[in-house]
Design a protein around this ligand. Sequence first.
Ligand SMILES: *[C@@H]1O[C@H](CO)[C@@H](O)[C@H](O)[C@H]1NC(C)=O
Ligand SMILES: *[C@@H]1O[C@H](CO)[C@@H](O)[C@H](O)[C@H]1NC(C)=O
Length: 269
Amino acid sequence: MTRHHTMKVVLIALLVSALTFGTCQDFEAFARIHAPYLRFHHTQGQDGYCFPHNASDYYDVRKSGDPSRQCNLDYQSVKDGLIPTYWHAQICGYHMHIAYWSFYGYNHKCDLASGERDAFWESIVVKIRDYDLDPRLHEVRFSQKNGWYTRIPGHYELRDGTHPVAYVGKASHGFYHDDGGTNTCCYYEDTRNPGDPNQYMETWLNLVELQNGTEDWMMDPDTSVWGGLQVPTLRSDFDLCHLNGCTGSHTQICGTCGCSKSDIGDEPF
Ligand SMILES: *[C@@H]1O[C@H](CO)[C@@H](O)[C@H](O)[C@H]1NC(C)=O
Ligand SMILES: *[C@@H]1O[C@H](CO)[C@@H](O)[C@H](O)[C@H]1NC(C)=O
């Protein structure tokens, strides 16, 4: 081979690897740029009201036969990026959908009697429109309790211009686009008022991709570990291209009524 040919081969190899590599890099880069900024109630971390938890730690504890309550009350662990947020991305037509999952070891009662459980997952999904040519963060889908709703730009807050802000319900840990809540079990009433301590989580500090092979628990179908729940990886809503905008009543009632705050109704997300 002449020197000229060798150069050509090297250049083509570089180009091919840049293109292939570029795609995976994009997923991660987009995930980091648009990872949510979580805001917690001012008494989160007290009296058994937990912060997010490392799912792998929880899994190991349960698999070892230890049934004790697992509740992360350590705000510093959340603030310092020691607790992971799990994510995965999918291309749906011209758009990129990225889901972020928080895990909690324990949900407190949402009134004096009900709502308590071990192990809970909550998700936020963002849509980046035209991710390839003119990427723009657009719809954000907030999940809470057994439902969800979707907001369009201007109808949710942003942190540093790129990170959707989510307020976390104190007891059941749902994600909401706003603060408030009157401290009952009704759909929008889980309390979330950050107040003075301003406890937050920059989820982009610790993102772990949900996929086969990252951590053992991610492909384990054993629901007994998670108090009867399936891991996100094995749920039907793991397919981010077939989500809809909301669930539940279109008028605000105490029961599931995600559609009453959805900007796109229950249209495809
Ligand atoms: C979560 O816990 C596991 C098991 O202790 C540990 O290996 C892992 O590093 C932790 N993950 C993160 C992202 O901190
Ligand atoms: C996960 O990956 C392993 C090893 O590549 C493979 O054997 C297994 O079938 C995969 N599981 C699923 C559910 O895709």
